[in-house]
Design a protein around this ligand. Structure first.
Ligand SMILES: C[S@@+](CC[C@H](N)C(=O)[O-])C[C@H]1O[C@@H](n2cnc3c(N)ncnc32)[C@H](O)[C@@H]1O
Length: 344
């Protein structure tokens, strides 16, 4: 790539990042921004909808869940609100760390970065390399090779401490290079299928005091819902423009799991919920996923593919007083398992 062409792509990349960070951008501009980000990444990395290499579609089944194929991981950039909330949250977290540690570069480890390192590379335009250093890690060689092509093409080497191909559920961060921020986005709704929980358990405990885990919290909760009023209201009311969410009928049953840097295996113990004596038309069980990326950068119901509520079909129609147990099952197919327990 010529120097002129590199400057032009880099400028485009910076302009898109600014648009995604701008709180005044409207949903159309954000969506367009993510499409442009994908176009730049796809062009520079050779991982796109048109790629024909076999490894692009190869997922990896681990004892802790599925690592998505490079092509599927690349597609996540187009989950607009997810991408925007993570980029904004990570930007704020870096900004705070920069203020808190004025004499050292902030070291960010991005585990499961995929072929584009979507949630971190755009932020190289916001902080100089003396203040921000990235370690990018993925289990797929193909993804790390792709990310290295982007780094080379945009001339971002100065921001990169290391690019590593390894299983981050076993990764041990070397002493002597303290981490400030840890980013993990390897999850689906209700923390099913992908190894977000196992990655968090291994990596969060390696954060020193004051280190920040992104997302700060993944929260799962149970509720009863009237399905006839649940889905016609999709997409969710954003920015309070149309308060359709208020028309949903739900009965909150309570929190089931909160994954943070403090969560321990004991916190994954099963929990029992009881339907109240009066449920009206709210007779189906939903599991809700809410993500606090960092501070007020939040993904709520229906904001993203990874926060779509799960209807628990297995337990069928709920009757007043029904009891059910929810347990988070780790392993090669992580999932929330629900069993109805007999009335006492
Ligand atoms: C859902 S994709 C998201 C990609 C990127 N983080 C983003 O937000 O656009 C998850 C990524 O995590 C990677 N991954 C999953 N499990 C992993 C593990 N145990 N070690 C390293 N990478 C892993 C996958 O290969 C995939 O690239």
């Amino acid at each position: 790539m010529t120097a002129d062409r590199r400057d032009s792509v880099r400028n485009r990349f910076r302009a898109v990042t600014e648009r995604l960070l701008d709180p005044d951008s409207d949903p159309g501009q954000l969506s367009e921004g993510c499409i442009q980000l994908q176009a730049v990444f796809a062009e520079l990395s050779n991982v796109s909808e048109d790629s024909t290499a076999a490894d692009v579609d190869r997922e990896t089944r681990l004892a802790t869940g599925v690592a998505l194929s490079p092509r599927d991981a690349a597609r996540c950039v187009l989950d607009t609100r997810r991408t925007v909330m993570y980029i904004r949250g990570i930007h704020s977290a870096i900004q705070q760390a920069v203020d808190r540690f004025p004499d050292q570069p902030i070291h960010l480890l991005y585990a499961g970065c995929g072929p584009y390192a979507t949630l971190a590379l755009p932020l190289t335009g916001c902080f100089p390399p003396e203040r921000l250093q990235l370690t990018l890690l993925d289990i797929h060689e193909c993804s790390i090779a792709a990310v290295q092509r982007i780094i080379g093409a945009l001339g971002l080497h100065d921001w990169i401490r290391e690019c590593l191909t390894c299983d981050a559920t076993n990764y041990v961060h070397p002493p002597g290079s303290p981490l400030h921020i840890l980013v993990i986005e390897a999850m689906q709704k209700t923390l099913e299928k992908e190894p977000q929980v196992a990655l968090t358990f291994n990596l969060a405990r390696q954060l020193p005091d004051g280190g920040v885990l992104i997302p700060e919290e993944v929260h799962l909760a149970a509720c009863l819902a009237d399905l006839s009023r649940e889905f016609p209201l999709y997409p969710a009311d954003h920015e309070g423009s149309l308060s359709l969410g208020n028309m949903r009928r739900r009965i909150d049953l309570g929190s089931f799991l909160a994954l943070t840097h403090r969560t321990e295996t004991d916190d994954l113990r099963p929990k029992t919920f009881t339907a109240p004596e009066s449920i009206g038309s709210c007779n189906r069980l939903l599991i809700l996923t809410k993500i606090r990326v960092f501070e007020d950068n939040i993904l709520d119901d229906y904001d993203s593919g990874i926060t779509v509520p799960t209807v628990v079909h297995d337990v069928g129609t709920i009757e007043p007083g029904d009891r059910f147990q929810l347990s988070y099952e780790s392993g090669p197919q992580p999932e929330v398992r629900v069993t109805k327990t007999p009335h006492p």
